[in-house]
Design a protein around this ligand. Structure first.
Ligand code: UD1
Length: 419
């Protein structure tokens, strides 16, 4: 089993550049299936979710070339083969193949999505939207078959009962080539949705309102090739900012879009984190005393659930008592027992995380139970005295591009030990 081994307590300094956004790219790659020509994506992060998507695309007949951070996808050879098993079950975002295959072929048979265990993660809203557009669905073993009459999807009005990133993007993917107009109400407003809409519009789609809670899509007959720069990963940025505040002695985080991080940075300021924010970078100073705060996650532009776990080790350094309430995924608390195992005064109670600080963490053997819990343990390991060994590192590598290299360059003593 692969492990990350960290000798903690070393101060970090220097500059780290943020990679392209995971949650964008996992939708952008399936979106290219809708094009009739080559699509080039720049700023693609080196994460294993991308490796999996490339394999799936190749299995479907696409030609995919990767050179550094550039991905050149020729979707002209794609065949609508059933994809019940294999890589498809390994990641959550494989649900975007439902929308993109439906959009291109009017039918799809795709395995049920996997991904991190954050408690129940239904896809009923995705299916409700497809149904409104005329798709019928049936379960076939471990996969879902979606089919339309005469292979035509019809534009529809879709109201999202819960604000959902995945369901909003999936509805856009299905709707761009549907007949007529689709209106998504109570749409999610995350920057990744704007990124996907930008790619689709540059391919010839007519999407208006992405980034607001009403998105209107006029279906078009054909989409063409284009070139697209993936937006910076705001969750990776937030992770490095939290890490810099926890163990840094002057760290610049570059390739950051400040406006994507406003809710997060406001909470750091409330803690007393000293930093200088510019348009495309954040410089984090060495910190003096920090104050405990309470965090409540919310859909964008609120505090991102994906940053709740990575900020927790920093909270443990702060003076006083505080709480974390994750209103999106109440069961996203798997990092808590691992941090307690490292000596932190932290517990879960009635769906909330309670902590008291300041804490001095001790290195320990811990387990990454999901992607962002893994990020929290890396930060905790850097803060702790002594050696921390993190297992289940595959989760971390799913979403953090070149994390070992980036942290080593900042001065961390961290290694990936392959079994
Ligand atoms: C995306 C992100 C994930 C992030 C999450 C919330 C990707 C690939 N993943 O996940 O990193 O943590 O947004 O910001 O972009 N829900 C339903 N029915 C549905 C869909 C969602 O009830 O059909 C609920 C979920 O259980 C959750 C909430 O809606 O409570 C938000 O989930 P959603 O935004 O859909 O999460 P994902 O798109 O899966």
């Amino acid at each position: 089993m692969n492990k990350i081994v960290i000798n903690g307590g070393r101060p970090l300094q220097g500059e780290v550049a943020i990679s392209g956004a995971k949650n964008s790219v996992v939708a952008l790659i399936p979106a290219t299936i809708l094009a009739d020509d080559i699509v080039v994506l720049d700023g693609v992060p080196a994460i294993s979710d991308v490796d999996s998507l490339i394999e799936i695309m190749k299995d479907m007949g696409a030609s995919v070339e990767r050179a550094g951070e550039t991905l050149t996808i020729d979707p002209r050879g794609v065949k609508n083969v059933p994809m019940p098993y294999g890589k498809i079950n390994s990641l959550r975002a494989s649900y975007y193949f439902y929308g993109s295959l439906l959009g291109r072929y009017g039918e799809a048979t795709v395995g049920l999505p996997g991904g991190c265990d954050l408690g129940p993660r239904p896809i009923d809203l995705h299916l409700k939207a497809f149904k409104a557009m005329g798709a019928e669905m049936s379960y076939e073993g471990n996969s879902m078959r979606l089919a339309t009459k005469n292979r035509d999807l019809i534009g529809a009005s879709v109201y999202m009962d819960t604000v959902s990133v995945g369901a909003t993007i999936n509805t856009m993917l299905a709707a761009v080539k549907a007949k007529g107009r689709t209106v998504i109400e109570n749409a999610a407003r995350e920057p990744e949705i704007i990124d996907v809409a930008t790619l689709l519009n540059n391919m010839g789609a007519h999407i208006r309102g992405a980034g607001t809670d009403i998105i209107t899509i006029e279906g078009v007959e054909q989409l063409h090739g284009t070139r697209h720069q993936v937006i910076p990963d705001r969750i990776e940025a937030g992770t490095y900012i939290a890490l810099a505040a926890a163990v840094g002695e002057g760290v610049k985080i570059s390739n950051v879009l400040y406006e994507h991080l406003e809710g997060f940075l406001a909470k750091l300021e409330e803690m007393g984190v000293r930093m200088t924010v510019s348009e495309d970078s954040v410089y984090v100073e060495k910190q003096e005393e920090l104050q405990a705060i309470t965090i409540k996650t919310a859909p964008y532009p609120g505090f991102a659930t994906d940053l709740q776990q990575p900020i927790t080790p920093l909270l443990l350094k702060a003076q006083g008592r505080g709480r974390i309430m994750d209103t999106i995924y109440e069961k996203r608390v798997n990092h808590v027992p691992e941090l307690a195992n490292m000596g932190a005064a932290i517990e879960t109670q009635g769906g909330q995380i309670l902590y008291t600080g300041p804490n001095r963490l001790q290195g320990a053997a811990v387990k990454a139970t999901d992607l962002r819990a893994g990020a929290a343990l890396v930060i905790a390991g850097l803060m702790a005295e002594g050696k921390t060994e993190i297992t289940n590192v595959e989760f971390i590598l799913r979403g953090y591009s070149n994390i070992i290299e980036k942290l080593t360059q900042l001065g961390a003593d961290i290694q990936l030990v392959e079994a």
